[in-house]
Design a protein around this ligand. Structure first.
Ligand SMILES: [Zn+2]
Length: 362
């Protein structure tokens, strides 16, 4: 599939990218009054963990669960000017109005991890919103396959392009679904976060992946996939190019990893065949997740990719879906052990949840 991209300017100077399955006329003008863009946030180093914390006070005022009639991600209609000036769209991407990370407008150097003297930095980076469909109702898993394919094409395009920004080290497209995980807009959409540092969990995974490659001459993820194929019990779905499984040591009652069967560092490097085979497995996995209790499952679905400029041969792309729901009416809260110490305790075996997910009738 070749997506057609049309770039237009929004009233306040941000760019909006329309992705279409075939050429469309896209020339709608954003007629809204120009609101001032928020100031760049800051990053402070937590010296006890050597982790950067970003602070964007302007995000306090962002839209919070507006009623459907006022949804800023729906297409513009008479009486409602939204973020998308056109009266319809297929997939659109635009820079977040209240970004956690943004263009530093000038040279940016990440301070080396140091000590109490490490300066406060600008929250350099980039944040985009990706709207999966112009229909307000529904969800990613219920989109037609061709629409999921178009979303994949938009992700590949954005990762390729954002990778060129000199201050970006790492890119993570993700989706939060459900008010239980902090969704502030119900319209089916995701985010693309581009960080000026390698996020803590990724940094840890990168170190392990690099070490594994050096001693085994194979990427770690390839051996993980081999183990899952051999054990079989945790597999939920597969096709020629992708494998979906509950990881051997899952952290959440319902955690699913979807990995390409052959190693790829990031979305931009996926082959067309791999990209073509994704919608089918993505849809199956998400429908199975909703089928477990017959309710819309709140989840976080995040792409783990190799950093933009390192670990390109050791860190393998995979899509991690985690749900904090244990049972209808019961959530897993990240409590003392998980939140304070980072040590997860699971009250369910991964093999059990894999069996439940497989048993869902589609
Ligand atoms: Zn909407």
């Amino acid at each position: 599939m070749k997506a057609v991209r049309t770039d237009l300017k929004m009233a306040d100077g941000r760019t909006i990218y329309y992705f279409d399955q075939s050429p469309q006329i896209r020339n709608a003008v954003d007629k809204r009054e120009v609101e001032e863009r928020p100031e760049l946030g800051q990053m402070r180093l937590d010296v006890l963990t050597n982790e950067w914390i970003s602070m964007a006070a302007h995000r306090q005022t962002r839209a919070f669960l507006p009623p459907k009639e006022l949804c800023p991600l729906c297409p513009t209609k008479p009486g409602l000017d939204t973020e998308i000036a056109d009266s319809n769209y297929q997939v659109v991407v635009f820079e977040n109005r209240s970004p956690s990370f943004a263009n530093p407008n000038g040279a940016f150097t990440l301070a080396q991890y140091a000590n109490l003297k490490t300066p406060v930095l600008s929250a350099a980076g980039h944040c985009e919103v990706i709207c999966f469909t112009d229909h307000h109702e529904g969800c990613f898993g219920q989109l037609p396959l061709s629409q999921i394919r178009l979303v994949m094409e938009a992700w590949r395009d954005r990762v390729k392009e954002i990778s060129k920004m000199p201050y970006v080290q790492h890119i993570a497209p993700f989706e939060n679904r459900g008010e239980e995980v902090g969704v502030t807009l119900n319209h089916p959409h995701g985010q693309i976060y581009a960080y000026p540092f390698i996020p803590p969990r990724t940094e840890k995974m990168v170190a392990i992946a690099e070490q594994y490659l050096a001693s085994n001459a194979r990427p770690l993820i390839s051996d993980v996939i081999e183990r899952e194929l051999k054990d079989e019990v945790r597999i939920i779905a597969q096709n020629d190019h992708w494998l979906a499984y509950v990881p051997f040591a899952s952290r959440y009652p319902y955690e699913i990893h979807v990995s390409p069967k052959s190693f790829v560092p990031d979305l931009a490097e996926l082959s067309d065949e791999q990209a073509d085979a994704y919608p089918e497995i993505a849809k199956e996995v998400l429908l199975r997740l909703d089928g477990v209790f017959g309710i819309e499952m709140a989840y976080i679905a995040a792409w783990h990719q190799a950093p933009v400029r390192s670990a390109r041969k050791s860190f393998g792309l995979h899509w991690q879906i985690t749900s904090i729901r244990r049972q209808p009416g019961k959530l897993k809260y990240l409590a003392g052990s998980e939140s304070a110490l980072g040590a997860f305790i699971m009250d369910m075996k991964p093999e059990q949840s894999a069996e439940q997910l497989r048993a869902v009738k589609l």
